[in-house]
Design a protein around this ligand. Structure first.
Ligand code: URA
Length: 193
């Protein structure tokens, strides 16, 4: 079976998942979406209200900020993979429980394995903690990480935090990490030529 077929099968499983109680809160689960052989993958925390209605990740306000980041990398949404740590809307945008994260984590790890991107951008505290064990403030975070398959992980503040923050700190962190990512992506694209 081709990896693209396998990812479709996996996302079908996500759409009917009832592993934890959050399936009782959702309208629709929100599987990852995009190009099944994408070289760059973006991970958020969990769907918001709009994603819960449409069944697609990052289609609300945060999604518009993500779209502008994707465009600045010279890419279209159809060329990347967009997903979340947790695939169901947590009612009233509450934080996800350890149980939900544990139940959903195997989907995310399998998505990463099947899509096999070169770069993984990880948005916000909970996904960074779950995937990379990072618990420090992301506004000051400048590290990247590599896994055993040489994929590069780039922790970044969450688009929703940028939109909510009036102090400008999140926006500044977003902008500087964006420049870093653009540079990394350009170097990575040149390596692949
Ligand atoms: N925030 C997320 O973390 N994911 C989405 O899909 C939308 C908003």
């Amino acid at each position: 079976m081709e990896p693209c077929d396998e990812i479709d099968l996996l996302m079908n499983k996500v759409s009917i998942c009832d592993r934890c109680k959050s399936f009782t809160e959702r309208l629709s689960s929100v599987p990852g979406d995009g190009y099944g052989r994408a070289e760059i993958l973006f991970v958020g925390r969990a769907p918001g209200k709009e994603e819960n209605i449409q069944g697609k990740p990052f289609v609300g306000q945060s999604g518009r900020l993500l779209d502008s980041l994707i465009a600045e990398l010279g890419l279209e949404r159809e060329e990347v993979w967009i997903t979340n740590l947790c695939k169901c809307y947590p009612e009233a945008d509450r934080a996800n429980t350890e149980d939900e994260i544990m139940n959903c984590m195997s989907y995310l790890l399998e998505e990463i394995r099947l899509i096999n991107p070169k770069v993984i951008v990880v948005f916000g505290q909970q996904p960074n903690k779950a995937l990379l064990g990072i618990q420090t403030n992301l506004t000051a975070h400048t590290e990247t990480y590599r896994d055993a398959s040489d994929r590069i992980y780039v922790p970044m503040v969450h688009p929703a935090s940028v939109l909510k923050d009036a102090s400008g700190r999140m926006q500044a962190a977003w902008e500087s990490r964006k420049e870093f990512l653009k540079d990394l992506w350009q170097r990575q694209s040149e390596l692949n030529k």
